[in-house]
Design a protein. Structure first.
Length: 398
């Protein structure tokens, strides 16, 4: 992952401070002079970085604080660099090139463990991973976890980019079944996936149990569980799917994570074919309804991925507007992701050249091209969905 210029400056400053402290014992030594020379070059870089930092921004205040600290510290040892005591004036046209492939967000598709920053759901990820993976109160965890939310609420992203990686980090010895969606033939789909994982020609509960090592745990992730009832009309497939998972759970080898749209919960509750699966998913407080994001969480969704690659919002008020409109919009999170994609695509180009590489900033001009989060994205999203088909459309609508 790319390191932002400010992060690089901070890391370099920490290394220089350690060297500076080591050489203070002899301020006339060649080693001390070398550290001072490196500090001057570093201060030059800090001052120049001011061109990219808007007045009053947190980053500008923090960097100016570092410059103040070091010019004062160096003055105390007879090394005055007064010409380097102020950051360069902000230049709204200045920027660093930021490659298009560094796009830091997840877009309309559900987030996965891709290496991109997944932000805003730390509390829920910890809670859900504790529930199934164990905590101080329940060291062995529970057999199942059902994450439910409205359409576009982020349940699949929380599972795939948060809970599952955390469980695998805590329990690297668990056998993990790749993501399964029920589809029209849920039992066949599940058997096929288990057969591929465990090298089984015939799959039933007995063969799965025989294929697992003594004490081994099988982690299964079922995404879009509502498909069990919306896409499948075969009660025998529904019952076989339900019974296989419930039997493995009763044997103590299964840890099941599932996601489902909240408006299908009652259908599952009243399905006679799925009664064993429903019982498994609803015991031990295993149903977790993903809460709406707070403004602070939405800001984190915007800023943490941006900070990781050095993407700036100029002015910073863009972030507040995006966050507040997301909080107030139905299905706000997918709209936010699409807005961030559009703003990324419209970043200014180096030197204003039509074919120049794009810079590390989202500007007010590109933001104003999207009048509001909902109305501006309506036409664009309609065109986007119109161009999608098949599984891509299904995934985007999670």
């Amino acid at each position: 992952m790319a390191t932002s210029p400010l992060t690089a400056l901070a890391d370099q400053g920490n290394r220089l401070e350690a060297r500076f402290k080591q050489q203070l014992v002899d301020t006339r030594s060649a080693d001390f002079s070398a550290v001072v020379a490196d500090l001057r070059a570093w201060l030059d870089d800090c001052v120049a970085q001011g061109r990219f930092l808007p007045p009053g921004s947190t980053d500008r205040r923090a960097l100016q604080g570092q410059v103040d600290y070091w010019t004062s510290r160096l003055r105390q040892v007879g090394q005055a660099f007064d010409e380097l005591d102020r950051l360069a004036p902000f230049d709204p046209q200045a920027g660093h090139v930021l490659a298009d492939e560094l796009f830091p967000y997840h877009g309309l598709l559900a987030a996965t463990a891709t290496g991109k920053v997944f932000a805003g759901r730390d509390e829920q990820i910890q809670e859900y991973a504790d529930h199934i993976g164990g905590d101080d109160k329940h060291p062995d965890g529970h057999a199942a976890l059902l994450i439910q939310s409205e359409s576009g609420g982020g349940k699949s992203s929380v599972a795939m980019a948060g809970v599952l990686p955390e469980l695998q980090r805590r329990h690297p010895d668990w056998r993990v079944l790749p993501r399964v969606t029920p589809g029209t033939q849920p039992a066949d789909t599940l058997r096929e996936a288990l057969g591929a994982l465990l090298a089984l020609a015939e799959v039933d509960a007995r063969s799965v149990l025989a294929a697992l090592r003594p004490g081994e745990t099988l982690l299964v992730y079922i995404d879009q569980l509502e498909e069990l009832l919306t896409m499948c009309t075969d009660v025998h497939q529904q019952e076989a799917f339900s019974d296989l998972l419930a039997t493995l759970a009763d044997a103590g080898v299964l840890r099941l994570v599932a996601t489902m749209r909240v408006d299908h919960y009652e259908r599952l509750a009243h399905s006679s074919a799925c009664h064993r699966l429903y019982a498994l998913l609803t015991r031990d407080g295993s149903v977790k309804t993903l809460p709406p994001m707070s403004l602070a969480q939405i800001r984190s969704v915007i800023l943490r991925p941006a900070d990781a690659i050095g993407l700036r919002f100029v002015p910073a008020a863009i972030v507040e507007t995006l966050a507040s409109e997301t909080a107030n919009a139905p299905s706000g999170l997918p709209l936010l992701q699409f807005a961030l994609q559009r703003l990324w695509d419209e970043r200014p180009r180096l030197g204003g050249l039509p074919d120049g590489p794009r810079l590390d900033m989202t500007t007010e001009a590109s933001f104003k091209a999207l009048p509001t989060l909902s109305t501006a994205l309506g036409t664009v999203a309609d065109r986007y969905f119109g161009e999608m088909e098949g599984q891509g459309l299904v995934d985007a609508c999670r």
